[in-house]
Design a binder for this molecule. Structure first.
Ligand code: ZN
Length: 544
């Protein structure tokens, strides 16, 4: 089969669609800025994480060809994909460069304390709202559960390889080493007296500062009035200089450093974890940031870097500056490709708690939404368009999943006409994905084929598996579970309380006590289950 091109991707830093290239095409390095674990991740967060996951899956797919020094590279290929867990609180006011506002873990602690008081916290939750580590682990665990349910490949890998999802709190020594290195090289400076020292990055020492976001140092200086408080600015050489370390012995989370007991700035953590886990050179695998070796001046250190579009400035701009200044001679872009999916809208408007259109993945799972349908709804729009999440869209996706499953379970005999339309689908799917990951067009190719596929064969099922390896949807469809008394619909997990009620209902019916039987049916409905008696004596259980 032939498709025309190596993978082309929009690169935020060049603002053009470029051929994607990797230092070592057989092992692509990819870093994604992960969640701050002080609350549950919402579906907008997951839209961004899942877009990165689809990119990663496509790069690993046998359908994907990428550029390499020796021409095209068709695999086999793996992607080492790392995502950090930000479990250091950091401040609520990003505009103040991480120095003002309230620590996010303290905010979460207050929210948890209030929920505890009003009985809104699940009974089995036993966390101390005053302990930021307990709060971070609580939300990290929930994030990982949600991410696994949505098929985020790296969350599944992280179960057996913790280095794939490193925690900021476990990398503070690396941050301190890099901050020291930046000071030694003249890219950072310390201000303030002992007790209130601050380390800032010196943006004027990195001429390319602003290249990613389109900012210039002059424009940032001119705009300083509205953005940053005077007290905060007085000590800085340039208003865009950003925090690397803040001494604050009274802070909720703190560590010892050469600049006193305090906490790191937010940006520095990603440099440490990306370099520490991903930076490789020929014949040399991950270096320790504590080893402090240099790369070729201006050379990219990793292949791919992603984050939400709100990460472009200041977070990724700062990450590029400090990474290049620490390791590649104050030149370069740190990553070859910068990948930024756009925001998610909900029913056409920006998601907000006050509008009542704010959803976490968990909220939707609790309403009985199948992870496969949610994943499809979140990945099916081009990553550089604002996806519009709607309840109708979710229903459409659930139906699409059902139609796809019929083909994926195909076992009929193959024939030449079926082979032709299958091959056409694969070529169209691959062509769409090679052109800046056009998932919407790739899905259209699948749907055209699925509607013509009246008696799916084993070969059709295999072709489906190939494209679903990229989209990652059907692998999330759970098999239906059957117990002695119940036949659970796909996606409904067996529940001992439901089982007990069904047994009681069976006994009531045997005694012809239909009033009791109806009461049990109502009780199940109150728990969100619909039941239907089946001919063999089992009861079908669905989510309402
Ligand atoms: Zn980051």
């Amino acid at each position: 089969m032939l498709w025309c091109m190596p993978l082309r991707l929009f690169n935020t830093i060049s603002r053009t669609i470029e051929q994607f290239s990797a230092l070592d095409p057989s092992n692509v390095t990819f870093y994604t800025c992960g969640p701050t674990v002080y609350d549950d991740a919402h579906i907008g967060n997951f839209r961004s994480f899942l877009a990165a996951d689809v990119l990663r899956r496509f790069v690993e797919s046998p359908l994907c060809e990428i550029t390499s020094a020796g021409g095209g590279h068709r695999g086999p290929r793996r992607v080492t994909h790392v995502m950090n867990i930000t479990d250091v609180g950091h401040m609520t006011d990003d505009a103040e460069g991480g120095e003002q506002g309230e620590d996010r873990m303290a905010v979460a602690g207050r929210r948890i304390a209030e929920a505890k008081k009003s009985g809104k916290l699940p009974a089995d939750t036993n966390i101390n709202p005053g302990d930021p580590y307990q709060i971070a682990r609580f939300y990290e665990q929930r994030f990982r559960e949600d991410a696994r349910k949505l098929g985020l490949k790296l969350a599944i890998e992280a179960d057996t390889d913790a280095t794939i999802m490193p925690r900021a709190t476990e990398n503070v020594a690396g941050m301190i080493a890099i901050v020291q290195r930046l000071i030694d090289k003249g890219h950072a400076y310390v201000v303030g007296a002992a007790g209130s020292r601050v380390v800032y990055f010196r943006v004027t020492s990195f001429p390319a500062y602003g290249a990613l976001s389109g900012n210039t140092l002059d424009a940032l200086r001119a705009g300083e009035g509205g953005r940053v408080s005077e007290a905060n600015q007085a000590q800085k050489e340039h208003p865009a200089d950003f925090l690397l370390w803040k001494e604050d012995a009274s802070h909720i989370m703190k560590w010892d450093s050469p600049w006193g007991s305090g906490y790191p700035g937010w940006h520095i953590e990603c440099t440490v974890m990306a370099v520490g886990r991903l930076a490789t050179r020929q014949g040399q695998s991950p270096i320790s940031p504590l080893g402090l070796t240099d790369f070729a001046p201006g050379g990219a250190i990793i292949d791919l870097h992603s984050g939400g579009e709100d990460n472009i400035f200041p977070h990724h701009e700062c990450e590029i500056a400090q990474s290049c200044c620490a390791f590649s001679g104050a030149k370069g872009s740190f990553a070859r490709h910068w990948f930024h999916p756009r925001f998610l809208l909900v029913e056409g408007t920006k998601m907000s708690k006050s509008k009542g259109n704010f959803f976490t993945a968990r909220d939707l799972f609790a309403k009985g939404v199948e992870p496969a349908a949610l994943r499809l709804e979140l990945v099916r729009t081009h990553y550089r368009s604002n996806a519009n999440f709607t309840m109708q869209g979710l229903t459409d996706c659930a139906r699409m999943v059902e139609r796809w499953r019929r083909v994926a379970e195909g076992s009929g005999a193959d024939n030449p006409a079926a082979k032709l339309s299958r091959d056409t689908m694969l070529v169209e799917f691959a062509a769409a994905m090679h052109e800046d990951l056009n998932v919407a067009q790739a899905i259209a190719a699948i749907n055209t084929w699925v509607s013509s596929c009246s008696a799916p064969s084993k070969e059709d099922a295999a072709a489906f598996k190939l494209v679903d390896g990229v989209l990652g949807v059907l692998e999330l469809v759970p098999k239906a579970v059957t117990s002695e008394i119940a036949a659970y619909a796909p996606g409904v997990m067996p529940d001992p309380k439901v089982e007990a009620l069904l047994v009681a209902r069976k006994e009531a019916r045997a005694k012809k006590d239909f009033a009791a039987s109806d009461r049990i049916r109502d009780e199940l409905a109150g728990m969100g289950y619909a039941i239907k008696d089946m001919p063999q004596g089992r009861v079908e259980v669905r989510r309402v």
